[in-house]
Ligand binder design. Structure first.
Ligand SMILES: [Zn+2]
Length: 99
């Protein structure tokens, strides 16, 4: 449970909008279901094939990365940095962080 910052009502963790006052809740981007460590290892060992992107559901860019060998390694390297800094997002736009 969490509390609505507007009216203080107790609402569900996953609530997008407060049931009492109807105000949208901040930080509704729930943590990604994808495992951070798994994504990290996939990117290190198979980054050039875009496998880590397939894993998080980004199939389109995964294929693009596969065809370009991870953007000649540069794209994969950028992804690796993003993953390490917790800025990498899955297909739903949820940040994949080291929990
Ligand atoms: Zn409220």
């Amino acid at each position: 449970m969490k509390y609505c910052p507007n009216c203080g009502a107790q609402i569900d963790d996953k609530a997008v909008v407060c049931v009492k006052c109807g105000v949208a809740q901040p930080g509704t981007n729930s943590p990604s279901n994808s495992e951070w460590l798994t994504v990290l290892l996939l990117c290190i060992f198979l980054g050039g094939l875009g496998i880590h992107r397939f894993y998080v559901g980004k199939t389109g860019t995964g294929i693009a990365q596969l065809l370009t060998c991870g953007g000649c390694g540069i794209w994969a390297l950028i992804d690796l940095i993003m993953i390490l800094t917790g800025g990498f997002e899955d297909a739903n736009g949820n940040k994949i962080t080291n929990k």
